[in-house]
Design a binder for this molecule. Structure first.
Ligand code: ADP
Length: 616
């Protein structure tokens, strides 16, 4: 429904527009413009210029415009008689009443813009466009004539040569022999004075036909500057782009040109007269005059600025760095890039890609956040475990120290007394025996203190829960990981089978595991870092228990010490407390398991403990 409404509205809209145009056409007389060209119809510059002027006028005119074009072809027919015949013909074909404007395109002189229209249609305003080095005669303005004199931008072109090829030492200038050609050469000669360190050579008296052979072997550091060449020394007529076409593909050095129409022939470029730009300017001027502006009041515009323009293919062929091309230069004949060709597709793909990238980035950020949070939790856990471990040990030691102080002090004092008795000549052996009995008694007391402590620990309520043993081991390994990194020990977890759950107190079992792992790491201090391997593994035995082992590649245990490992205060470390294994034993036995240790067959020690499978 909506579509239908839009469609109908569009039709009505168009019909209304059409009606306006029809009214316009009906109300206004078409403007008649006679275009007079000095040169032939097929001169490339003229073709471009003519089209550009027409396009500009048709684009902006409120009235319909009708064009007629006539070509004098002065380069081929230069005699006075030919001119007279042409003038007669124009006079017969058109009358002043037929015309609203004469648009002249003079080349060699300004007769076409001045005398001819003045003689034939003195009341019709004239606008001219001359690409010419010669100024229009002053009196021409008095005849109701205005126009644009566009000069070649020779200085601009020499500047471009210096920019693109700073090593240029020699410029070979090629030009023709018509007055226009010679005027152009004169201006080049004038401008050449401003270029220091560059030698200019003027090839004006060589037939164009010989030039292709001559330009083939020009040395490096040379460039060719093609001026205007409408006729050569032999009298042969040419168009400049035609000569560019003959020379550029043959030349060993770049060919610079002054007119945009010579681009595309193989020439490199120049600060050229751009026929499209000039045509647009001339079209606007013509419209002003058609709209009633008096040409006499519009001064003739003498333009000297060119448009820097290069042929991309020539730039590539001559190996000139693209970075040398000045900003603002018009680059012609650049092949369409993938971007030019598939812009929409590329944009869609890019949007899809960006959306995808954004999603991935989002996910990555999320993942990193999660990992960070996990690491944080792990850190906290490690700290907690450490604190628990230290505090349990600390508590134990201080209680033990306190309780043991008394019997140990008594033992010491008794031993000192025995020593004194023994120093006597006849020591009283009875007394000494009594002292030794006291010592034994105190020692037993100390032993009781310890076993009482152990049973105290045993009785401590264990929080028994069903535990996933694999998870428990993984947790312990990651807690030990920071120490392992510091000690450069490789930690490995070997789980070959799916393990049943066990019953246990997570925190206490973590303590046992950490004790065993840290002991293993301690024992590897004297081993080369590359061989420090600590392996934790677990398996089920007999279906009722899970057996965990912690194996290292360290120094191992002296065979005579194996018996004493689990004794309280047994240590071989200078700063050891000798309580780790004793406490571990208490914990494991409180779980209904066993713990034992020994040496590996090849190297290092291995500790085992078992835990009953949770069968509830
Ligand atoms: P501490 O580590 O404070 O010495 P422990 O009860 O944990 O107390 O260990 C007692 C002793 O057992 C250690 O001093 C050491 O001699 C020995 N031991 C324990 N684990 C290992 C091991 N993995 N390799 C070699 N010796 C060990």
């Amino acid at each position: 429904m909506v579509f239908l409404v839009v469609f109908v509205a569009a039709i009505f809209g168009n019909v209304r527009c059409l009606a306006v145009n029809v009214t316009n056409l009906a109300n206004s007389q078409p403007k008649r413009v006679l275009m007079l060209f000095s040169e032939a119809k097929d001169v490339p510059g003229n073709i471009m210029l003519e089209q550009a002027v027409k396009a500009e006028m048709l684009k902006d005119s409120t009235d319909p415009v009708v064009f007629s074009s006539e070509y004098l072809d002065a380069s081929h027919f230069s005699g006075k008689e030919h001119f007279r015949v042409f003038q007669n013909y124009i006079g017969k074909k058109y009358t002043a009443n037929d015309l609203d404007l004469v648009l002249a395109f003079p080349s060699q002189d300004y007769t076409l813009a001045g005398e001819l229209p003045d003689a034939l249609f003195p009341v019709v305003p004239v606008v001219f466009v001359a690409i010419n080095e010669m100024d229009a005669p002053l009196e021409i303005s008095k005849l109701g004539v205005t126009g644009i004199v566009q000069r070649f931008d020779i200085r601009g072109t020499l500047g471009l040569i210096k920019r693109l090829q700073p090593d240029t030492r020699r410029v070979v200038v090629i030009g023709g022999s018509t007055p226009t050609d010679r005027a152009t050469l004169g201006r080049i000669e004038e401008a050449s004075q401003s270029l220091e360190g560059v030698q200019f050579e003027f090839w004006t008296n060589r037939p164009v036909a010989e030039l292709p052979g001559l330009v083939r072997s020009l040395p490096e550091g040379t460039v060719i500057l093609l001026g205007s060449i409408l006729r050569d020394v032999t009298g042969q007529t040419y168009y400049t782009p035609q000569v560019a076409q003959m020379l550029a593909p043959q030349a060993s050095v770049p060919v610079y040109v002054l007119g945009g129409w010579s681009l595309g022939t193989g020439a490199l470029g120049g600060s050229v007269v751009d026929p499209e730009d000039l045509g647009a300017r001339a079209g606007q001027l013509a419209l002003r005059v058609l709209a009633g502006a008096d040409p006499e009041n519009i001064p003739i515009d003498v333009a000297t600025k060119g448009t820097p323009m290069v042929d991309w293919r020539a730039i590539k062929r001559l190996g000139i760095k693209e970075s040398r091309v000045p900003a603002g230069t018009v680059i012609r004949f650049r092949p369409e890039t993938l971007w030019d060709e598939h812009r929409d597709l590329i944009l869609i793909l890019l949007a899809v890609f960006l959306a995808q990238a954004a999603t991935i980035t989002g996910l990555l950020v999320q993942r990193r956040e999660r990992l960070r949070a996990e690491a944080e939790i792990m850190n906290q856990r490690t700290e907690l475990a450490h604190v628990t471990r230290v505090s349990t040990m600390g508590q134990l030691t201080s209680t033990l120290a306190h309780e043991l102080n008394q019997p140990l002090g008594a033992i010491l004092r008794n031993a000192e007394a025995a020593e004194i008795f023994l120093q006597k000549e006849n020591p009283d052996l009875e007394e000494i025996r009594a002292i030794l009995a006291d010592i034994r008694k105190d020692d037993r007391r100390a032993g009781h203190v310890i076993s009482r402590m152990r049973s105290l620990l045993k009785r401590r309520s264990l929080e028994l829960k069903s535990l996933d043993i694999a998870e428990l081991l993984e947790e312990a390994i990651s807690m030990a990981q920071p120490d392992a990194r510091a000690w450069r020990v490789f930690l490995a977890l070997q789980l070959r089978e799916k393990l049943p759950a066990v019953r246990g107190d997570r925190v206490h079992l973590q303590q046992v595991l950490l004790n065993l792992i840290l002991n293993g790491m301690d024992s590897m201090a004297g081993v080369a870092a590359s061989q420090r391997l600590l392996t934790v593994s677990a398996k089920t035995t007999g279906g009722k228990t899970v057996e965990v082992s912690v194996s290292d590649t360290g120094a191992g245990i002296a065979p005579d010490k194996i018996e004493r490992l689990f004794e309280p205060f047994f240590t071989t470390k200078p700063n050891g407390m000798g309580m780790g294994l004793a406490i571990s034993q208490t914990i494991i036995e409180a779980h209904g398991g066993k713990i034992w240790g020994g040496n590996n067959e090849t190297r290092g020690a291995v500790f085992f403990f078992t835990l009953p499978v949770d069968d509830k």
